[in-house]
Write a protein that binds this ligand. Structure first.
Ligand SMILES: *Cc1c(COP(=O)(O)O)cnc(C)c1O
Length: 318
């Protein structure tokens, strides 16, 4: 393994690369044993992560200098790596410390932190995935949200696409993955309809999820989120945990297009943005076009938990 670049080298490299920083977000990556400015974190075009989307990843966020539910993200990532029969060169402890170091070196108090394992490629150009050398990459960049401030204030306008999410018996949706052609098609369908983002369907025609987020509805005080054919999001899980804590009924069960349109409140959930209100679905206005009270209450609680040591871990900055 290449020796780790020392922190001051990384920081001065970041200064020297301020021109590139306009094209690459300011941040620090770790790959092939070294910490690098984002502008220098590059992989081979022969990596099967690129050529075949043969990769898994996870995204955790840092808020006010603290990771939120890092353990759950590490659990999901390591489970995905194992199910894809990949091997990481680092154990869980080491990965956690690499993620912390990326954030610490970046200086970001609020960050979007990604860990990735790609199949890599075979040193002999074999087509046999067992012969590939898997690659671990991590990076920390500024925190980003699915919804901007204005959208968080007034609620998102979402279109339900006819596009069907890749079947769970083709690609296991519980392994976080980059098979996004269905989700991207959904997004373009949504833009064509004048909406801001999309929900796509599962193989039974129920509402599944959107590009990087899960969906919830509230009806008569009950919450519901799809159970089938979706990535079990950590933010989704957090909403279910918060519901249990404050005594709101919540179930994971099928949601139809109509259920969503007749809901009292709808919101989406993602590490990139947290709990985000939806006030319009196709041409139907939800919740009188305003952020609903349960959505607001859960959102407030969600952000409060970011300072709670039971739910978050502090980062030590240089
Ligand atoms: C990451 C992701 C989500 C949201 O999961 P979180 O852990 O809450 O960020 C939902 N759907 C898909 C397809 C995703 O990739």
């Amino acid at each position: 393994m290449t020796p780790m670049t020392n922190p001051s080298t990384v920081l001065s490299a970041i200064d020297q690369h301020h021109i590139d920083q306009r094209r690459y977000p300011h941040g620090v990556a770790f790959m092939d044993g070294q910490y690098l400015p984002m502008s220098e974190a590059k992989i081979s075009v022969l990596d099967w992560g690129l050529l075949h989307s043969d990769a898994t990843y996870d995204t955790v966020h840092v808020w006010n200098g603290r990771f939120f539910r890092l353990d759950l993200h590490l659990d999901r990532f390591l489970a995905g790596v194992e199910r894809l029969r990949m091997k990481l060169p680092y154990d869980r402890e080491k990965i956690a410390s690499i993620l912390k170091q990326c954030v610490a070196l970046s200086g970001h108090k609020s960050a979007y932190v990604e860990m990735i394992c790609t199949r890599g490629s075979s040193p002999t150009f074999s087509r046999d995935p067992r012969q590939a050398e898997n690659r671990f990459i991590a990076f920390a960049v500024p925190y980003g949200s699915v919804a901007n401030d204005e959208q968080l204030e007034r609620g998102l306008h979402v279109a339900i696409s006819e596009t069907v999410r890749i079947p769970p018996n083709s690609v296991d949706p519980t392994i976080k993955n980059y098979h996004w052609l269905d989700l991207v098609k959904g997004l373009f369908d949504a833009y064509d309809k004048g909406a801001e983002t999309a929900l796509i369907l599962d193989t039974n025609g129920h509402v599944a999820e959107g590009p990087g987020f899960n969906v919830f509805l509230v009806k008569d005080g009950w919450l519901r989120t799809p159970a089938f054919g979706v990535l079990p999001g950590i933010t989704r899980r957090t909403v279910l945990d918060l519901c249990a804590e404050i005594g709101l009924a919540a179930t994971a069960a099928d949601i139809n297009r109509d259920d969503l349109k007749k809901a009292d409140e709808v919101f989406i959930t993602s590490t990139a943005g947290g709990i985000m209100p939806v006030t319009r679905i196709d041409d139907t206005t939800i919740s009188k076009g305003q952020v609903g009270s349960i959505t607001r209450r859960l959102t407030d609680l969600y952000w409060q938990k970011h300072a709670d040591p039971a739910w978050s871990t502090a980062i030590i900055y240089p």
